[in-house]
Design a protein around this ligand. Sequence first.
Ligand SMILES: C[S@@+](CC[C@H](N)C(=O)[O-])C[C@H]1O[C@@H](n2cnc3c(N)ncnc32)[C@H](O)[C@@H]1O
Length: 319
Amino acid sequence: MSRTVSIDAARYLGVARPERVRDDLAIEVTPKSFPPYLDDLAADWVASVALPAFKLVKQRRGETRGFCAIGTGTGLDALGAIEVFAPEVVGVTDVHDEIVASARDNILRNLNAPEGIRLLSGTGDLLSPLAGVAPRFDVIYENLPNVPTNASVALAGERASSSFFGPRPEDVPAPVQAALLTLHYLALVQAREYLVPGGVMLSMLGARVPLQSFLDMAALAGYRPSFLTYGWKIQAEAVEMLNGHAEWQRRGMGPFHFYRIEDLEAAFADLEPEAAAPRALEIEAELASRALDADAALALHQRGTRIGHTYAVLHSELP
Ligand SMILES: C[S@@+](CC[C@H](N)C(=O)[O-])C[C@H]1O[C@@H](n2cnc3c(N)ncnc32)[C@H](O)[C@@H]1O
C-alpha cells in the first residue's frame, strides 16, 4: 500500500529556507518506489550525496535551464534539483507507471509555483521515454542500480531498486559489465543525445570497484570525466547488499571493496567530499591495504563490525 510521508524540506535539502518547494513536503511512497531514509539522512543518497553535488554544479556552472533525473523514484531528486537549479524544464523517468505517476504528483504538488515548470515524465528504460518530447538538458542525474551483466538474472531477494529489468541488447564493454556498471554506462551513452553541448551527466556511484573503472567507463562512453565529490557511507541494507556482492563475486565479478568504518574515518579525516574529490585516487590507494572483499566484509558484519563503502559522484562532461 502507498503511504505519504511528511518531510521538512529545509532539513532534507540542506537549505536555510526553501524557495521553490514547499516547507513541508508531502511525498507519496508507493510499494514499488525507492523510499527515502528519513531517520538517517546520512544513508539517504538524495539528501547526503545528490543535493551537495547539485549545489556544487550550480556554483561552478551557473544557469541550468534543463534538468533530468533517470530513475527518479519518489521524485525527491527532481524536487531537490528544482530548489537548487531553478530549471525551466524537468524530465523524470522510471521503469514502472506507478512510480512515475506518483513522482509526477509528488513534484507538482510540492512546488510553490508548479505552473513555472515544464515537467516531462515517462515510464520505460533510462531516457527512452523522453525520446522525441524532450529538449536537450544541461544536467542529467542518475542513481541507478548496479547491474551484474547484460544477460543476468536478478538475485533472489533483491529490492525493486536494484533488480534487473531484462537482458540488454546493447553492446557493453566487458570491464564495464564486470564492474556492475552496465546501467550507468548505458545511461551515459543514451545521454549524449539528450545533453546540450558541454552538458553534464552526474552519476551516483557506490565505489565498491576501483575508481579508475568509473573514469574509464565515462571515457568509453565519449565523455570527459572527473570526480565532483568523493566520500564514504555506512553500507545501507548491509546483509542484503553484502550477500548480493558476495554472490556476484562467486560469479566472477568484482572483487568488490568494503571497509571498516574506523578505516574510512581515518582515511578521510576531516576532508569534505568536495575537497576529497581531487585526491580520490590517492585516498583510494591509501585505503587499499584495508579493503575487504564482500565475503570478508559480510563475515565481519555478522560479528558486529560496522561496514561502509566509498562513493563518488562522477561528473561526465560532453566535449
Ligand atoms: C536507487 S533508486 C534511486 C531513486 C532516486 N533517483 C534517488 O536518487 O534516490 C534507483 C531507481 O532507478 C530505477 N530504475 C532501475 N532501472 C531503470 C532503468 N533501466 N531505467 C530507468 N529507471 C530505472 C528504479 O526503479 C529506482 O527508482
